[in-house]
Structures are given as C-alpha cells and as structure tokens.
Write a protein that binds this ligand. Structure first.
Ligand code: NAD
Ligand code: TYD
Length: 352
C-alpha cells in the first residue's frame, strides 16, 4: 500500500479517537496528522497510548482557521483528508445553532478550499472523505429505510449544518472534479463517548444513582452501531470506495430509546451487583426534545454488496464492552466533566 499523509480532523473526539488509533496501528506506512481544536468534546487523554508513535502527529488547531489548515497541509504535505471534526450534539444545536454553522459548514468549506488549492487539480491519489450522519435524511415513520438515494430533509440545526456541509462536498466533486467520498452513519456507541449523549449519560447517572432523563415517552427509535464497526466501515470506504460516491452505514439494530435504557439498566444492575430493577427505578420521563426526530433506520445494502462490509459486533456484546469501559475509566469521565459540562447539564435538564 502506497505511503499517504492523512489529515484526520476531530481525532480527539469520540469517533475520531478510535479512527486515529485504528489507522496508526493498522497502517504504519501512513502518517496520521490529527487536527483538533480540543473543544469541550475533544480530549487527548483518549489517545494517550499513541504518545511517541512515529507515524502519528497531533496539531491543536481550528478547522475554521485558514492559516492553520494551510500550515498543516504545507508542513505535512497532506495527501488525504478524513473529516470528522464537528459540533455533534443535537441538544446543543438547539441552544446555540450558530456555532454549528460556523464549525460544520464554514469549517468544512475552509478545508475543501485549502485542499483544492493545495492539490491544484492533480487529484490522482488524493481523497477528501466527509464523515456524515443519517440525521441529514430527516425522520422516518414506523416503516421504511434511508438509502443513498433518499433526499436530504434535515430537521434539527445539527442535521441542517451537516446536510449543508455534505452539499458543499458534493458540489466540489461535481463542479471541480474534486475527489470526494462521503458516508452517512447511524448512532454510534462505545468507549470514550462524551457523557452528553444518551448511553454514556445514562451510565454515568446510574453509577451516581441519579435520575435517568428519558425524553418524551421514550418511543423514538435509533439504529445503534458499535463505534469500532463504524471505524472498520470508514477504513473499507477509504480504501475501496468509489470516488464521488456516498455510502450508508448502519447497525441493523433499531431500538426504541426506552428499550435501550431498560437493557442498559439491567446490565448495569448486574455489573454493579445491585438488585434487578434498581436502575429502572431511576427512569424519569422528561419534556421532549424540540422537533425530536421519530425514527432513523439505515439500509446498508450498498456497502454490504459493493464493499463487503457488515457490522461485526452484536449489540449485547458492544454494550457490555461499553459498560465495562466506563466502569474502569471513571477518571476519564471525571476529567471531561469540566465546569463547562456541568453548566450545560444544568441548563439542559434543570427545567425539564
Ligand atoms: P465529538 O463531538 O465526540 O467530537 C468532535 C471533535 O471535533 C472533538 O474532538 C472536537 O474538539 C473537534 N472539533 C470541534 N470543532 C472543531 C473545530 N472548529 N476545529 C477542529 N476541531 C474541532 O463527535 P463524534 O460523535 O466523534 O462525531 C464525529 C463525526 O462523526 C462528526 O462529524 C459527526 O457528525 C459524525 N457522526 C457521529 C455519529 C455519532 O453517533 N456520534 C454518527 C454519525 C456521524
Ligand atoms: P443522542 O445520543 O443525543 O443522539 P441523537 O439525538 O443524535 O440521535 O440521543 C439519542 C436518543 O436519545 C434521541 O432520541 C434523544 C434521546 N435522549 C434522551 O431520551 N435523553 C437524553 O438525556 C439524551 C441525551 C437523549
């Protein structure tokens, strides 16, 4: 496999950290440059095991800053980009939409501009890979699936900003012949996820015996995929995907939120040697999220049939690994629970 200098943005975040580790270990001939602004969601502790690795470099910097991105491209002669940096939490996007436009839209266009000017129309062995979400497709009713042909219909400020970024990536391909790849993935879970998201928030509250805030009646449905399966899909698409194409990635694992929380409660009771039912008693139904998308579900036939990828981790197993990781890494959780997160938590849940 040829040498590549790969810029991974957002590599100190949840998915990015697993992606960086995977590429650094599996492809020693690649140089991996992790550009991350270390917002509240970025944490270098997640990558402490990569310290001193020869094919890995971390750069603290903002994707919105043209000079920073230019310098990274110049210094490391970037040949490929896997763009995962983003503001990623729907509830925060409802509180502060503009920061989502700035990072997800303007930041992405800034990266596209710099990559285009740096690669100068010579696109052989260059790729810009946009990591996106199934939320850009909007919400489904009880039936049906998102395919690669489903029209974008974003409904939250987060998904609108990701959809906009995706449109720019596609526009760069159609207008300039720029070499792009794009994938839209369902909800990820696993170690190192920031505790604002459903599963780690619930795990943390169960440990602390605090109430478990389920939005509305808990009937909303998500398709859950173990984070390392997302990473393996990104690897396959990066190496075998057709330039200009998009791929849907899903876990084939739809669950109502309330059922997910019940399963989690029962597994946590066992892990903490508490009586069955102890954690379920902490469940509290709270005010619903504004504009809460009812159901997401992915048809992953294209990536399965064309690239031979399928999710390898059964949900029960992935959930057990996730629970074990959080129980064994409570100091990681304590460190990311900075003052900023406490302020957010109070603003988000106090009035519900
Ligand atoms: P995350 O919030 O855990 O991490 C985002 C990372 O981006 C953080 O390290 C943060 O510091 C960094 N970042 C934010 N703004 C930045 C900026 N302006 N410049 C540089 N770095 C910046 O997010 P995640 O859950 O790991 O998601 C990663 C990507 O995957 C996102 O693009 C998201 O839309 C997409 N995605 C996530 C999921 C999911 O379930 N989490 C599912 C599908 C797609
Ligand atoms: P989340 O992890 O925020 O992912 P997304 O909104 O991107 O799908 O939420 C997953 C589901 O869980 C979503 O339907 C909202 C719900 N939810 C709760 O019921 N309570 C919570 O405290 C959170 C954070 C989410």
């Amino acid at each position: 496999m040829s040498k590549k200098q790969i810029l991974i943005t957002g590599g100190a975040g949840f998915i990015g950290s697993h992606l960086v580790r995977h590429f650094v270990h599996k492809y020693p001939q690649y140089l991996i440059i992790n550009l991350d602004a270390l917002t509240y969601a970025g944490n270098l502790e997640s990558l402490i095991d990569l310290d001193g690795r020869e094919n890995y470099t971390f750069v603290k910097g903002d994707i919105r800053d043209e000079n920073v991105v230019n310098d990274v491209f110049k210094e490391h002669r970037i040949s490929h980009v896997i763009h995962a940096a983003a503001e990623s939490h729907v509830d925060r996007s409802i509180l502060d939409p503009l920061s989502f436009v700035k990072t997800n839209v303007l930041g992405t266009v800034n990266l596209l501009q710099v990559a285009k000017s740096f690669w100068q129309g010579n696109y052989h062995d260059h790729v810009f890979y946009q990591i996106s979400t199934d939320e850009v497709f909007g919400a489904l009713g009880d039936t049906g699936y998102f395919t690669e042909e489903t029209a974008y219909d974003p409904r939250s400020p987060y998904s609108a900003s990701k959809a906009s970024a995706d449109h720019f990536v596609r526009a760069w391909h159609h207008t300039y012949g720029f070499p792009t790849l794009l994938s839209n993935c369902s909800n990820n879970y696993g170690p190192n996820q920031f505790p604002e998201k459903l599963l780690p928030l619930m795990i943390r509250n169960i440990i602390a015996e605090k109430s478990l805030p389920v939005y509305g009646e808990g009937q909303n449905i998500r398709d859950w995929l173990y984070v390392l399966d997302h990473v393996s899909a990104i690897d396959v698409i990066f190496h075998k995907g057709k330039v200009g194409e998009t791929y849907n990635i899903g876990g084939d694992n739809e669950m109502r939120n309330i059922d997910l929380v019940y399963t989690l409660c029962d597994q946590m009771d066992k892990a903490l040697s508490r009586d069955h039912g102890t954690s379920r008693r902490l469940i509290t139904f709270v005010k619903d999220r504004a504009g809460h998308d009812f159901r997401y579900a992915i048809d992953a036939a294209k990536i399965r049939n064309e690239l031979g990828w399928f999710p390898a981790t059964p949900f029960e197993q992935g959930l057990q690994k996730t629970i074990n990781w959080y129980l064994e890494n409570q100091s990681w959780v304590d460190h990311v629970n900075s003052g900023e997160y406490q302020t957010y938590y109070e603003a988000q849940y106090a009035t519900r």
